[in-house]
Design a protein around this ligand. Structure first.
Ligand code: TYD
Length: 134
């Protein structure tokens, strides 16, 4: 499976580091929504879904976590621990997030507003979806 990681340009100087993200530049879609997870409990695993349309970029802007990506055929575990690195996750990818460090902040840039109807939360339904759209 091809894992699409994007390394963002760091605008650093003697004051520190700054990352700027703009739609259709660093981020390959229209950014309609931003959300982030923090204070994630030890041992918590979340996600467990794919999407019909939504594209996302995941950035662990502080601390570390792991992302399991599953395209229905292959699985890949992607560690995220750099604020200047984004993981592109396409709609048709089952994802789970886990191994959050206590200080982890996982920020997500999303191509659509929140829409529960876009979620595929059942793993068998996901396999059916990817096979139908292959
Ligand atoms: P949930 O889908 O359980 O998160 P995850 O997939 O990471 O396990 O979302 C938790 C709650 O937050 C749920 O009540 C829906 C709400 N939520 C929003 O209101 N807007 C959003 O953009 C997201 C991602 C979640």
């Amino acid at each position: 499976m091809e894992v699409k990681k994007i390394t963002f340009q760091i605008h650093g100087d003697d004051r520190g580091q700054l990352i700027a993200l703009e739609e259709f530049k660093e981020v390959p879609f229209d950014i309609k929504r931003v959300y982030y997870m923090y204070d994630t409990g030890e041992g918590v695993r979340r996600g467990f879904h794919a999407h019909k349309c939504l594209e996302q970029i995941l950035i662990c802007i502080h601390g570390s976590c792991k992302i399991l990506l599953d395209n229905g055929t292959e699985k890949e575990i992607v560690p995220l621990d750099k604020p200047y690195e984004g993981l592109y996750v396409s709609n048709d990818m089952w994802r789970e997030m886990y191994d959050f460090s206590p200080d982890a902040v996982l920020m997500v840039l999303a191509s659509e507003l929140y829409d529960e109807a876009d979620y595929i939360r059942d793993y068998d339904a996901f396999l059916e979806y990817v096979n139908k759209h292959a």
